[in-house]
Design a binder for this molecule. Structure first.
Ligand code: SF4
Ligand code: SF4
Ligand code: SF4
Length: 305
């Protein structure tokens, strides 16, 4: 029996969409361990009061990921619509709905938030999405089964699927994990000309944000978006207009979605421990058989020539 992606979806669906594994977050149990985990985390502080809407970050992102240039880079009319990321553009800059009819005064860069307890990773049967200790939530395409549970689980609607590809995969911002592993900052943060994007240690960024929020005469909304949302995110935002107007969801709560998933699965240890590797094994075995069959067919064709 061939276990292709479509069949896998049926099998997995029959088993119940709750079949998920806990996110690969550090298992810190003491305050000291938790502090060590926190101190290793990097993040980005997005200050929307400084963003000028130049979209250099978009261009840098597509360049570093070998993707097509962003649409209408020099056209301000692009801000008339609210765009979302897609499989070939991991970040977009939108204009905020400030209520002003003229040129919008605020812009917001959107991308994967690289949650501290990512729901996408928690929902993934085979850990194709994985939280790294320093921050990036990375995607392993070789492990992906194409079930798309990550897309359903993400509270920010980030993961996108290559529906138009014969070999589809999930795509999303990588937080430039490769660059970070070489000691470099993410491409988008390195080119921002206005200081709207600050890359650094997450704890330090929270301090920086607080200083700006509580400085004398500050016009900032006294809130750091992402410090606590869904358990905290690596990318955080500060602004001087209501967060709703920036298009950020403000009803997510502070509880990590992955914890909810894990709690519901605690009662079904078989699902947690055996079901994912079983499915992965079946899928890998089936794929290998398909490869061998294809090689044999190619060999026969060659011998007939
Ligand atoms: S924003 Fe969505 S895709 Fe990104 S880490 Fe969080 S849950 Fe995963
Ligand atoms: S961190 Fe890297 S992948 Fe993510 S938006 Fe910035 S440049 Fe793109
Ligand atoms: S590069 Fe900086 S200033 Fe330009 S759009 Fe991106 S975040 Fe805003």
């Amino acid at each position: 029996m061939k276990l292709n992606r479509r069949l896998f979806l049926k099998v997995a669906g029959a088993a119940g969409a709750i079949a998920a594994v806990p996110a690969a977050t550090a298992g810190a149990t003491t305050l000291e361990e938790q502090a060590a985990v926190n101190s290793a985390r990097r993040g980005v502080l997005v200050d929307t009061t400084k963003c000028v809407g130049c979209r250099a970050c978009e261009a840098a992102c597509t360049e570093t990921n070998n993707q097509p240039e962003p649409v209408r880079l020099d056209d301000p009319a692009v801000f008339k619509t609210v765009r979302t990321t897609d499989t070939r553009h991991y970040t977009v800059v939108n204009a905020a709905n400030t209520g002003a009819s003229a040129v919008p005064a605020r812009f917001i860069k959107r991308q994967c938030m690289h949650c501290l307890e990512p729901a996408c990773a928690s929902a993934c049967l085979v850990r194709a999405l994985d939280k790294t200790p320093t921050g990036p939530v990375v995607y392993h395409k070789d492990r992906c089964l194409g079930c798309r549970y990550c897309m359903v689980a993400c509270p920010f609607g980030v993961p996108k699927y290559e529906y138009d590809s014969p070999t589809p995969f999930v795509q999303k911002c990588t937080f430039c994990a490769d660059r970070q592993s070489r000691g470099e900052a993410p491409a988008c943060t390195s080119v921002c000309p206005s200081g709207a994007l600050t890359f650094g240690m997450r704890d330090d960024l929270i301090e920086t944000a607080r200083e700006r929020l509580y400085a004398k005469g500050s016009k900032y909304v006294r809130y750091i978006y992402g410090q606590r949302e869904v358990g905290g995110t690596s990318w955080m935002y500060i602004t001087d207009i209501p967060f709703e107007k920036l298009g950020l969801p403000t009803d997510l709560g502070t509880y990590a979605y992955s914890s909810l998933t894990q709690a519901s699965l605690a009662a079904v240890p078989f699902v947690l421990t055996l079901w994912p590797p079983l499915l992965m094994g079946m899928y890998t075995f089936s794929k290998r058989r398909e490869q061998v069959a294809a090689q044999e067919a190619a060999g026969k064709e060659t011998s007939h020539e």
